[in-house]
Write a protein that binds this ligand. Sequence first.
Ligand code: MF3
Ligand code: CO
Ligand code: CO
Length: 268
Amino acid sequence: MITMKSAREIEIMRRSGKITSAVLSSLVRAAKPGMTLREIDRLAEKGIRDRGGIPTFKGYHGYPASVCASLNDVVVHGIPGDQVLNDGDILSIDIGTTFEKYVSDTAITIGIGAISGEAQRLLRVTQECLMRGIAAMQKGNRLSDIGHAVQQHAEAHGYGVVRALVGHGVGTKMHEEPQVPNWGDAGKGIVLRPGLVLAIEPMITEGTFDVETLKDGWTVVTADGKLAAHFEHTIALTDDGPRILTLRENDFMELDVARYRPDAELAA
Ligand code: MF3
Ligand code: CO
Ligand code: CO
């Protein structure tokens, strides 16, 4: 069952999203070579609690930390521990807050120090995939239009779209219906209507899209050992179009959804 959200609920979810995005911005500023992933997790938990939130991930199906911190070939769900950040790494940080019972869920992949041109391109294209997915979240469109937009953009750049994990509805639970695949034909699935709140989260690989889960039961890595990137937002569909509830201040790409609509190239 898909739970639609009222305007009042969406306002609470935006407050939740402001906490999550502000903490994520602080983690991005803090991440430097020499730092451990555990230190990042500590900052995250403190940042969330200081702002009146609860770290959604901690204890979720036994997950031991407040963020997922995924380095290089780790796609998602890396457990922050003694791993040290090195110059040239890429790091995905996924973070969630529960505030007044409502969850917000967002992720970003960043470069540590100087990263290769190839890694930069993977990060840029993955963020563009997210923005194109968001731009497809319009009333009257269908659910699969989102994944279709993501897949088109990733594959046009020679990248893989991870199939083992999907985006999802968000509300009082982190994972609600519907599932939101990052691939598929256009024009299938439910018709999108105001009140729908989704986490769209493309996981994009440099090589093949196959993944494996490590023995810790969480860490998902690329099967070929190549890089992967992950960007995620919690988005409400409103009468005025998609509203990014986990919008981070100062991210120009996130402020200009219309640029990423499929017909936008014609207008350029
Ligand atoms: N936030 C992840 C997602 O985007 C799920 C994290 S699972 C947890 O769906 F156990 F780490 F919380
Ligand atoms: Co997430
Ligand atoms: Co999610």
